[in-house]
Design a protein around this ligand. Structure first.
Ligand code: IPE
Ligand code: IPE
Ligand code: MG
Length: 263
């Protein structure tokens, strides 16, 4: 296997359109978030079943995790299963849940080697036992890791997350721990699954769909979006670099004026 242990070896031999010298390694997004879409269409286009697309999608995620570690990204989040994905045929849901458990166990040594801390966004208590047990094991076995945070959104929906935050806050008020006047943006942010994590700076959606599909509604208020027609199983380290290079070319104004005009 090729040595992929350093930035230089992992990103050796880039395709012609990528100029690695143009990448500003001091301005890598702190939090990159991926809406991993298009597994089914990738498979269908190859005459395979959708399950094969999900398997291939997991291989992509593995590559993107390593790429983000090599780039010193602080947080990589990935949308793996939404609260709406339960509407899919039972066989597909069961396969996904089984694949999550199986590959998570397989990849745990990689996560440990790379000092990655895993967190979950979403209600994992509602997942099938096999998946939940493996996830809980991953949580406890990576808890003390100090490297990149890998936030896996599984059974995640942003509206459910916000409703849950409202309940948590209301309960604290009812218990006399928090005054209504003290509810501010930080209190809300700290009641979300992403409490303590920086907001995504770059959101990538594969397969060309121009929608959020109930993902991180609160957290992406000022994120930059990068939408590529590439299906998730074809999304690799070079596609990620293209997204980051596009991000570095954006003028992020946050409601103010451009850096140039500011001066
Ligand atoms: C994304 O791929 C993976 C999940 C939502 C679990 P899809 O399964 O949505 O693939 P398409 O969109 O049907 O191609
Ligand atoms: C979004 O993809 C959810 C995940 C990637 C897990 P979907 O395929 O579920 O989104 P829609 O249905 O096209 O909006
Ligand atoms: Mg989809």
């Amino acid at each position: 296997m090729d040595d992929d242990s350093t930035f230089e070896t992992f990103f050796a031999n880039p395709p012609e359109d990528i100029d690695l010298d143009a990448l500003d390694r001091t301005r890598i997004p702190r939090h990159i978030s991926c809406i991993m879409d298009g597994n089914g269409r990738w498979a269908t286009a190859r005459g395979l079943n959708r399950g094969e697309g999900h398997r291939a999608g997991i291989v992509s995620l593995r590559e993107i995790i390593t790429a983000c570690v090599r780039l010193d990204v602080e947080v990589l989040s990935a949308y793996a299963f939404s609260t709406e994905n339960w509407k899919r045929p039972e066989a597909e849901v069961n396969l996904l849940m089984h694949l999550f458990a199986q590959t998570f166990i397989q990849e745990l040594p990689l996560l440990k080697r790379e000092n990655v801390r895993v967190v979950f966004l979403g209600d994992i208590s509602a997942l099938p036992l096999e998946t939940r047990e493996v996830f809980e094991r991953g949580l406890s076995e990576t808890r003390d890791h100090t490297g990149m945070v890998l936030a896996l959104a599984v059974n995640y929906g942003a509206r459910a997350e916000i409703a849950r935050a409202a309940k948590l806050i209301a309960a604290r008020v009812a218990a006399g721990e928090l005054a209504v006047e003290d509810i501010d943006e930080d209190v809300v942010a700290n009641s979300l699954y992403t409490a303590g994590l920086p907001d995504p700076e770059l959101v990538v959606r594969t397969s060309g769909e121009m929608r959020l599909s109930n993902y991180l509604l609160w957290q992406v208020a000022y994120a930059e979006f990068y939408i590529t027609p590439t299906y998730w199983p074809d999304f690799n380290r070079w596609e990620l670099l293209r997204a980051i290079l596009a991000f570095q070319g954006r003028d992020r104004r946050f409601g103010g004026l451009s850096q140039k005009e500011d001066a």
